[in-house]
Design a protein around this ligand. Structure first.
Ligand code: SF4
Length: 538
């Protein structure tokens, strides 16, 4: 007797019945189609005219999320209605595939921030820029200005192919063999905004880089440079990485992909996800769950037989870095000159500061800037004789090329300031924590900087599971029995060689107010007890 199995909403198996509210609205109308309504109606008639399903659903396909109402504290927001929780303003995310910007584009971003976003402009750890305080009336004009210089918000959020991360030093690094920029540009040109790929089971994250510096372990699909002994330079292919509440490291399929094949292989992986991905529970809809269930052997077989219609050769594994490749500091650039990596604390910048970056870059002979997966910024093509002045000028606006180890590694998500899901404050807490750590631990210099990442909730926008000290925002009980903002601590996570997730130790919870004491204590214990050359996670 056969036992009927429950549908997971896998389209390739004929399971087209929508199984959750997101699948219902996506089937009723594509996320991309909301743009016409924004331009024709919502921007003219105002926030109150926006259909709720568009407001909290489809507008993400154009990089727009409503922002948290001011003054609503973290925790216990479940009792609030969406209307009570959200302000009539938007976070707007600009996708910058490959993290590459010209100074002209940077000036447009800076101008939008100053004119329409109360001078907000945060760098994310996925090479995006985010504005806040955006009003619906201004969205069409913002799009017009962005698109006039080749920028976009298309599919910057939503169940679709988000920004394609690249190496921030693609085309600049002396260690690079193949520059993947043409492949990323081809993917952007052909597939971003393609209605054939705009209804995926959930978000889909990509990393394509010769150097292993774009977090390949934690993306849905990643290509990393390898030298094949017979076939020459090409790429190792990894699938199924992702963080959030169920973290998975991406796994190698064991194939070799040439630079020319990257766009075709990339879109084939996306199509597998579209067709076979799970569409029942949102918590099980990321591609990592499909990869975990299938295993890499089956995934490779489906990729080759059903999608590519040809086998891929076996290939070697990419070399993994031992230390974080954040590119901070002054570096020799391929072909001459320097590129300069700069740290803004936890990615917080502003339109005014981005304008200062564009000014300083151009004064140093540069028209190219890069954003990195570590919330940092790089100025490329700096003349040798202009490096010192550029470093000094940008240091004065809070962008350091010679940061302390703590300034260099601290990262934070958006947090309670703007994010409706947040439980605790993160960006401002990172800013108040930093000088304390610099002061208290000035006598200590660990062999490797210790990374501190702060998340405002159980999602992992600041990648807490792969930080030395990862802090997941939650409400905790303080010594007096009060419910206060705090963090669950994860210790010893890392990317690169022996990539692993931090351990969540039972009872390792700390109030936000005690964070300085806690990190000082953990750091001093580590420095006192570790062998020479041993990293925090070891
Ligand atoms: Fe918001 Fe949570 Fe992401 Fe932080 S981790 S930006 S609080 S969803």
């Amino acid at each position: 007797m056969s036992v009927a199995t429950r549908s997971n909403g896998q389209w390739a198996l004929g399971e087209r019945e929508p199984l959750n509210p997101n699948e219902v609205f996506k089937q009723e109308d594509d996320g991309l189609s909301v743009r016409a309504r924004i331009e024709d109606t919502y921007a003219r008639e105002g926030f109150a005219s926006i259909d709720p399903t568009d407001l909290r659903g489809r507008m993400r396909w154009w990089g727009l999320y409503t922002q948290r109402r001011e003054g609503i504290p973290g925790g216990r927001t479940a009792t609030l209605s969406p209307e009570e929780l959200e302000a009539p303003y938007f976070m707007m995310r600009v996708r910058i595939d490959g993290g590459q910007l010209t100074t002209e584009q940077l000036r447009v971003i800076a101008g939008i921030s100053q004119e329409f976003g109360r001078d907000t402009a945060d760098l994310t750890d996925r090479e995006n820029v985010q504005f806040h305080w955006i009003e619906i009336e201004n969205v069409p004009e913002i799009w017009r200005r962005l698109e006039a210089v080749g920028l976009e918000t298309t599919e910057a959020c939503g169940d679709c192919t988000r920004v394609v991360m690249g190496s921030p030093v693609a085309g600049l690094s002396v260690d690079e063999v193949l520059d993947v920029t043409p492949a990323i540009e081809e993917i952007n040109r052909q597939y971003v905004g393609d209605p054939d790929l705009s209804n995926l089971p959930r978000k889909f994250k990509s990393s394509i880089a010769w150097l292993p510096d774009a977090a390949p372990e934690i993306n849905d699909v990643s290509f990393v440079g390898v030298q094949h002994p017979e076939l020459g330079p090409g790429f190792d292919l990894l699938v199924g990485g992702g963080l959030s509440t169920n973290p998975f490291l991406a796994e190698r399929l064991g194939v070799f992909v040439t630079l020319e094949q990257v766009p075709e292989v990339w879109v084939s992986v996306v199509r597998i996800f579209r067709d076979y991905g799970y569409r029942r529970s949102r918590n099980k809809a990321r591609m990592k769950f499909l990869v975990a269930d299938w295993g890499t052997e089956k995934f490779r077989q489906v990729l080759e037989t059903e999608y590519l219609k040809a086998p891929l050769p076996d290939g070697p594994a990419a070399v993994k870095p031992r230390a974080t490749m954040d590119h901070v500091g002054v570096h020799d650039q391929r072909g001459g000159g320097k590129y300069v990596g700069l740290t803004a604390v936890a990615g917080r910048l502003s339109g005014s500061k981005l304008e200062a970056v564009a000014d300083a870059a151009e004064a140093a002979g540069s028209q190219r800037v890069r954003l990195t997966p570590y919330q940092k910024l790089i100025v490329a093509d700096v003349r040798d004789d202009a490096v010192d002045e550029l470093v000094e000028t940008l240091d004065a606006v809070g962008l350091s090329a010679n940061p302390t180890p703590w300034r260099r590694t601290i990262m934070a998500c958006t947090g309670v300031e703007y994010c409706k899901l947040a439980i605790v404050e993160t960006k401002e807490r990172a800013h108040s924590l930093l000088p304390e750590l610099e002061r208290r631990l000035a006598d200590i210099s660990p062999d490797n900087p210790i990374s501190v990442h702060l998340n405002g909730c159980a999602n992992s926008c600041a990648r807490i599971q792969v930080a030395d000290i990862g802090l997941k925002g939650q409400i905790v009980t303080d010594d007096d029995g009060n419910q206060v903002e705090g963090f669950q601590v994860h210790l010893g996570g890392r990317l690169g060689q022996e990539a692993d997730f931090g351990r969540k130790l039972r009872g390792h919870k700390v109030t936000s107010a005690e964070l300085d004491d806690y990190i000082e204590r953990v750091t001093r214990n580590y420095v006192a007890g570790h062998a020479e050359g041993e990293t925090f996670s070891e």
